[in-house]
Design a protein around this ligand. Structure first.
Ligand SMILES: [Mg+2]
Ligand SMILES: [Zn+2]
Length: 183
């Protein structure tokens, strides 16, 4: 049987988006993320992080730094008894026109294959419209969880969005509760 999955964006969704996070010490998880992901795991969802990390192509940090940040992230999740099933990142610059930078779907396709995922039973959770776009393109349900300080600005452009999310959440736990009713 194929697995259902939650694809989760990293910056701005799991942790506060400090723009080009380069230091594990600056990794700050949003409230409710650990508890929320634990609830999803307990329902049998695979948890897959999908993140754009153009800071690598831009020369702001090297992959080793990214791996160190992901070690810290994994450790923080472990405190909630959560083991992440996969972390996929795009290291490219937008100008590289790669197929893996969201809203492109290369990383999703890789994850779907490697984890035998049924995308129709899966969700994409992210803070940006590009997360919604990528999720829609692969055929997942999508939840937008805007960061609090940019929420109003983001939602004011709603009419121009190419893809509308299935749900706009107040915060991470609200997104989780919605998924738990929806799936
Ligand atoms: Mg983000
Ligand atoms: Zn890429």
């Amino acid at each position: 049987m194929k697995h259902k999955a939650i694809f989760i964006d990293r910056d701005g969704t799991i942790n506060v988006d400090v723009h080009y996070l380069d230091d594990p010490d600056k990794f700050e998880m949003y409230p409710g993320v650990g508890e929320g992901v634990k609830k999803l795991k307990d329902k049998g969802f695979k948890i897959i992080v999908i993140t754009n990390q153009s800071g690598i192509a831009r020369g702001y940090f090297i992959e080793k730094q990214l791996w160190n940040i992901h070690e810290i992230m994994k450790k923080e999740f472990q405190e909630f008894d959560v083991v992440l099933d996969g972390i996929y990142y795009c290291p490219h610059h937008p100008n590289d026109k790669c197929d893996c930078r969201k809203p492109n779907t290369g990383l999703f396709e890789k994850a779907i294959k490697e984890h035998d995922i049924d995308v129709k039973k899966s969700y994409m959770l992210g803070d940006k419209t590009l997360d919604v776009g990528a999720g829609k393109k692969i055929g997942a349900r999508t939840v937008l969880v805007p960061e609090p300080h940019i929420r109003d600005e983001l939602l004011s452009n709603k009419n121009e969005w190419e893809y509308g999310p299935d749900y706009i959440a107040d915060d991470f736990m609200d997104a989780v509760e919605w998924i738990l009713v929806d799936f």
